[in-house]
Structures are given as structure tokens and as C-alpha cells.
Write a new protein. Sequence first.
Length: 161
Amino acid sequence: MKTDDVDKQLASALGRVPSGVFVLTLSAGGTETGMLASWVQQCSFRPPRVSIAVQPSRDVAKLLTPGTEFVLNVLESSQTDMVAHFGKGFAPGAPAFEGLDVIREGTPAPVLAEALAYIACQVVDRVSAGDHDLFVAEVRGGKLLDEGQPMVHIRKNAMHY
């Protein structure tokens, strides 16, 4: 087999690793924003922690410093409107939540009212992981908002989203 064929086969195989689809929301330094996140995984039971991979060039990555609190909104399988809304990204100061029903009371960042669940987190570590940085965050709270099936993303090629 040619090298290009092997690389394509590897990219196809690695792309089949499923991931959930989330919206990470954040209020920090007077900025309220959100981003689509699919590389999220629970990484510890005690204390409960999650890991999130983010491109370091993203504006959100600059805000995710140790101690920063954020919310992971778990999307339901049919919420493609949220994928479209948050998938494009937002410039600093852009109104990320305009036209959306959000909950701001009792949480460190906006919660999407139509999310399946939310998980409140606090960044405890950041590690370079190649072209993404891996943020480790302690889970501080959360709530199931609705019954349903979480959205899962499976890529055809592991070399891009």
C-alpha cells in the first residue's frame, strides 16, 4: 500500500472515535462567550474532572486560565441549530447569546436553557497537546435539564473537525 493510502486509512480509522458535542460557555473579565467543543472527556472520578481540547489560537483559550470557571452545555442529538450558532465562533465582545434562552443565575457562566444538561467547571491545569491545548477542569456542579439522547460526533477524517 502507498504511504498516502496508509495515511488516509489511519485518518479514517481515527476519525471513527466518537465524541460528544458541547457548548462551552464562559464569563470572564467582562466577556461572555461560547464555543462549540467536541473533544471533551471525563478524566477523573475523585475529584470529578473533565478534559477539553481547544486550539490555543481561539479567543476562549486565552480566557481559560487556572481558576477560571465555565459551563459545559451538553447538546441533545437534534440541536443542530446550536452547532450552527456556536460552530462559527465569536470575535471578542460579540453577542454570543443573542436570541437564545439562557440561564445566568446560580451558575458561573450562561447555561443554554434548551441544553440536555450542564456541567459547571473550574480550570485546574493546561497542557500543550500538539496543535491543541488540553485543559483539565474540576467539576463543581451540574444538572440534568431534560431527558434525551446526547449528540455524538463521528468524523470521516481525523485530520479536521
